[in-house]
Design a protein around this ligand. Structure first.
Ligand SMILES: NC(=O)c1ccc[n+]([C@@H]2O[C@H](COP(=O)([O-])OP(=O)(O)OC[C@H]3O[C@@H](n4cnc5c(N)ncnc54)[C@H](O)[C@@H]3O)[C@@H](O)[C@H]2O)c1
Length: 254
């Protein structure tokens, strides 16, 4: 992939799971990364690993629902690396909740973390991307934006909202040469998926309902999904804008 060496990316949710794989992939491509997560220990470990391997890395411990977190991260990106070129909105939550138990407070928390926090991070990076003449924003949505997932009603609603957010940002900032795309992964082998699987009575039932429609009949590795994020950050994807890209081993095809 080209156009990544010497650039700077902000990656949220990078202490583990998909976000950590995205940070790894970007760093391997020569991009400096500012990694953000509320998991201080996990984030410190990821930063230490990236730095030990000679990659430019800064970390910000914070909650993405707090607008100050992305402001701080962008401040560090600008101060240490001179700007910001790529934003990967990866942090998210998917607590399994039955419909009757989905209180307004829980719904708000899920919408805030999965959608509003993406908007707030975008608001923080936009002035810097405009200043350098462009950028790429990748919002992680989910197959749950496109089809129903069991016990994840609020999650599915929040991930569907991410698609509207993505298209609107692409439309509003195309003239500034800023692209914004969303990816809709199927099940990924991360702690999040383990939590959802664990909420079912049996693992077999969980796998049948969560990955049964994925033609590969397995979870993706975080690296398989991260490779699409890295493509969307790169120059090779210059003509891809406002897109919603499924990466789900066929979950949504039948
Ligand atoms: N795992 C899957 O099967 C799957 C499928 C489709 C989409 N996704 C999406 O991929 C993204 C990454 O998920 P994952 O599977 O790596 O999950 P994960 O739980 O393994 O990792 C998520 C990371 O985000 C961080 N995080 C969560 N809420 C935060 C907050 N408020 N502030 C700061 N950090 C926060 C967590 O600490 C964690 O490090 C999410 O947006 C998720 O919805 C996951």
């Amino acid at each position: 992939m080209t156009g990544l060496r010497g650039r700077t990316a902000l990656v949220t949710g990078a202490a583990g799971g998909l976000g950590a794989a995205v940070a790894d992939g970007l760093a391997a491509a020569g991009t400096q990364v500012v990694i953000v997560d509320r998991d201080a220990d996990g984030l410190a470990a990821k930063r230490a690993e990236l730095s030990a391997n000679g990659h430019g890395c800064e970390s910000i411990v914070g909650d993405v629902t707090d607008p100050d977190t992305s402001r701080r991260a962008v401040g560090v990106a600008a101060g240490v690396f001179g700007g910001i070129d790529v934003l990967c909105n990866v942090a998210g939550i998917s607590p399994p909740i039955a419909v009757p138990d989905t209180t307004p407070a829980l719904f708000d928390e899920i919408m805030h973390t999965n959608c509003l926090a993406q908007l707030m991070a975008i608001q923080s990076v936009l002035p810097h991307m405009i200043k350098v003449g462009g950028g790429s924003i990748i919002n992680v949505s989910s197959v749950g934006a496109l089809v129903a997932l069991p016990r994840l009603t609020a999650y599915c609603a929040s991930k569907a909202a991410v698609l509207g957010l993505t298209r609107s940002i692409a439309y509003e900032y195309a003239d500034a040469n800023i692209r914004c795309n969303a990816i809709c992964p199927g099940g990924i082998d991360t702690p999040m998926a383990a939590e959802v699987v664990g909420s079912f009575d049996s693992r077999e039932d969980a796998l049948a309902r969560l990955t049964g429609r994925q033609l590969a009949k397995r979870f993706a590795s975080p690296q398989e999904i991260a490779s699409l994020v890295i493509y969307l950050a790169s120059a090779e994807s210059a003509f891809v804008n406002g897109a919603v890209i499924s990466i789900d081993a066929g979950h949504t095809t039948w």
